[in-house]
Design a protein around this ligand. Structure first.
Ligand SMILES: NC(=O)C1=CN([C@@H]2O[C@H](COP(=O)(O)OP(=O)(O)OC[C@H]3O[C@@H](n4cnc5c(N)ncnc54)[C@H](OP(=O)(O)O)[C@@H]3O)[C@@H](O)[C@H]2O)C=CC1
Ligand SMILES: CC(=O)N[C@@H](CCC(=O)OP(=O)(O)O)C(=O)O
Length: 337
């Protein structure tokens, strides 16, 4: 049995890690840190976890967490993680960082995030379907939520060098913005509404570009626009992929099926995937339709931002890094059709 620690346990992804790890047969959550809720029971803060954990939050140094745990999830905001990681990464500890601090080359990170990196280096990018080599790593950067849905929707065609232009249009539930309330999350501003933001400049575009260019270095026409919807969890991405050649539906389907043939968390669906179908689960559901007139493939991907987009994917990484079967603790369905 491995002991796990969560640095930043009082936030949304921290709570989700504790919820999911309860069902992991080989891992016990021993430590969850929080500065604001130190000494409070985890289940008093994450009330849905009552009966599933009896630990209290602690305000521990990263070194102290390392001394007590075999595997550590860092679930703090970007910019804060780079203060923690150098204290805990070593050859005896498995570390998964959920923040953006180590996902990009340092120079790209500094330009996109507008800050100087205190620990300039990049970690392997933990999108397991594209990077199975994370199994050999001690330290992995868990992908961003929007990039997970966007990259997975286009990777099979990018890898076959078939995309001329890719336009990603994503809609996210509000937990994607973290636990602190904001003007956007204020009920009258979000209810019965859809809020587009950072129309051309969202920081996640850099991750999408990094991973798709790795598959096809000639793709140079990638756009991304995010929206927040009045939903708690889930990201639905509509990807408009303008292709280099005419293709039939069956031909495209067989490319996707072949590319993802070993990936149990990718489900190719007939028709349009739904958020209910993946909510609470680590699945990424993908469906598409061909617009032959415009040589455009419209691909829809659906993920739960807190599971495949964050904590579930982090556990998927941990499973590979620790030599467990990839689906351990994660094999649950979505909650509705
Ligand atoms: N929400 C999502 O869907 C996704 C989030 N992520 C990333 O995962 C990370 C966590 O996200 P999320 O759980 O939503 O965030 P939250 O804002 O919900 O929680 C953040 C946590 O970090 C702690 N924290 C805040 N600031 C600091 C700091 N300066 N130093 C140490 N601890 C701090 C907070 O606890 P306390 O203040 O009590 O110490 C809290 O436990 C972020 O980097 C986020 O970008 C990635 C993919 C998806
Ligand atoms: C809905 C919403 O606000 N989403 C967040 C996604 C943040 C996130 O998880 O991004 P990192 O992990 O890269 O920090 C946003 O757009 O800022």
């Amino acid at each position: 049995m491995l002991d796990a620690g969560i640095i930043g346990g009082s936030g949304y992804t921290g709570g989700e890690l504790i919820r999911l790890l309860y069902n992991h047969p080989d891992v016990n959550v021993k430590v969850a840190t929080s500065r604001s809720f130190s000494d409070r029971k985890v289940s008093d803060v994450h009330k849905h976890l009552k009966g599933f954990t009896d630990i209290c939050f602690q305000n521990l140094t990263p070194q102290k967490v390392k001394s007590e745990c075999d595997v550590i999830f860092v679930a703090v905001p970007h910019g804060a993680s780079m203060n923690v990681i150098p204290e805990i990464v070593d050859e005896n500890t498995r570390v998964i960082d959920l923040s953006a601090d180590y996902r990009l080359d340092t120079r790209v990170f500094e330009s996109v995030y507008g800050m100087v990196h205190k620990d300039p280096r990049k970690a392997p990018y933990g999108l397991v379907e594209l990077h199975p080599e994370v199994a050999d790593e001690n330290f992995v950067a868990n992908p961003g939520c929007y990039p997970t849905g966007a990259i997975l929707s286009a990777a099979p065609l990018a890898s076959n060098k078939l995309i001329e232009t890719a336009i990603f249009d994503s809609k996210s539930g509000i937990t994607g913005a973290g636990i602190s309330p904001s003007k956007t999350s204020h009920y009258p501003n979000l209810a019965e509404n859809i809020v587009a933001y950072k129309l051309t400049t969202h920081r996640h575009k850099a991750e999408i570009v990094q991973e798709l260019e790795r598959l096809d270095h000639n793709i140079n026409n990638i756009s991304f626009t995010p929206h927040v919807i009045p939903s708690i969890r889930g990201i639905l991405t509509t990807s408009h992929l303008f292709l280099k050649e005419d293709m039939e539906y069956d031909e495209v389907m067989s490319i996707y099926q072949q590319f993802y043939k070993n990936n149990k968390f990718i489900r190719m669906v007939e028709g349009v995937p739904s958020l209910g179908g993946v909510r609470g689960s680590n699945f990424c559901d993908i469906g598409f339709e061909m617009d032959s007139e415009n040589r455009r493939l419209v691909v829809i991907s659906a993920i739960d931002n807190l599971v495949k987009g964050a904590s579930g994917q982090a556990i998927q990484n941990m499973n590979l890094m620790c030599g467990f079967e990839e689906t351990t603790g994660l094999w649950v369905s979505g909650i509705s059709p």
